[in-house]
Design a binder for this molecule. Structure first.
Ligand SMILES: [Zn+2]
Ligand SMILES: [Zn+2]
Length: 284
């Protein structure tokens, strides 16, 4: 994926030492065969580098590979975003170029308790791609635990758990304990009391524990909800919902959740050509 390549680079993984595939609905990583006898360290577990003329030995990254692969698999990145790396996004707008630059820096310098990003904008501008690319890198390259959840999926899982008589903590606990959480499609749904209650529980707990949250949303955080426009049904349903441009994120999630998010995330608007159409056109 990144970094300098050695001469004898594995053709299967290009030297990454892991391979990606889709298993069930999620992106899945596994250790490449080449990592069994690591070509970096010839199985010694240590690599020697020359820093300012001095030879310095440090643990080879193959040491922690199994753990990093496991973290990636526990992140529940949707299969369709397998291998959606930040650097691979073909930007169609300046805002995408800027956020790519910021996220590439962020993923290398990320420290515990650091603020996240709330990426907002129309459907199809690659908000989810960017955040999946971020947590793919944080797990596989930096060994940081991350978890992706689509908000409506969480609600469905909770309802399912209730119907089977399970505790909601079984569903919620991994979302609280993970170091970096990505909530996709924030503000979507009916926003019933039940849904907002779950969201409040999740965000408040992470806020108190000073744990990082990243979000995507189709709703504008700057809109107040006044002067609502009629819905335009000339395009897709997603576009029609977004077309209610005066419904803001604050109105969707309520003041309390909104102000917490404001403290925990940097709000960044993403614009661009609908990425899914753009990509389909390219692959034709
Ligand atoms: Zn390999
Ligand atoms: Zn090694």
């Amino acid at each position: 994926m990144s970094g300098s390549k050695k001469e004898k680079t594995c053709r299967l993984c290009k030297g990454d030492t892991y391979q990606l595939s889709v298993v069930g609905e999620f992106a899945h990583a596994q250790r490449c065969d080449c990592a069994v006898t690591c070509t970096n360290c010839q199985g010694t577990g240590m690599v020697v580098r020359t820093i300012n003329g001095d030879r310095v030995a440090s643990p080879c990254r193959c040491n922690s590979l199994q753990r990093r692969v496991q973290l990636f698999n526990e992140a529940h990145i949707p299969g369709k975003f397998m291998g959606s790396w930040i650097e691979d996004l073909e930007e169609t707008h300046r805002s995408q170029k800027e956020i790519k630059y910021r996220l590439l820096k962020y993923r290398e310098s990320y420290r515990h308790t650091e603020a996240g990003f709330l990426l907002w904008g129309e459907p199809g501008v690659a908000k989810t791609h960017l955040l999946c690319g971020l947590i793919g890198h944080l797990t596989l390259e930096r060994g940081i635990s991350c978890r992706f959840i689509e908000f409506m999926r969480l609600i469905m899982d909770l309802k399912h758990a209730y119907s089977k008589g399970q505790w909601d903590s079984e569903v919620i606990a991994p979302l609280l304990s993970t170091e970096v959480l990505v909530i996709d499609e924030l503000g979507k749904g009916r926003n019933s009391d039940f849904e907002l209650d779950i969201l409040d529980q999740l965000i408040s707990s992470r806020y108190n524990a000073q744990r990082t949250i990243h979000c995507t949303s189709n709703y504008n955080p700057e809109n107040s909800g006044e002067g609502r426009q009629p819905v335009d049904f000339s395009g897709s349903i997603e576009k029609a919902i977004y077309g209610q441009a005066t419904i803001g994120l604050r109105e969707r999630v309520g003041d309390r959740i909104f102000s917490r998010l404001h403290e925990m995330c940097r709000f960044v608007q993403i614009q661009g050509t609908d990425y899914r159409t753009h990509r389909n056109r390219r692959s034709r």
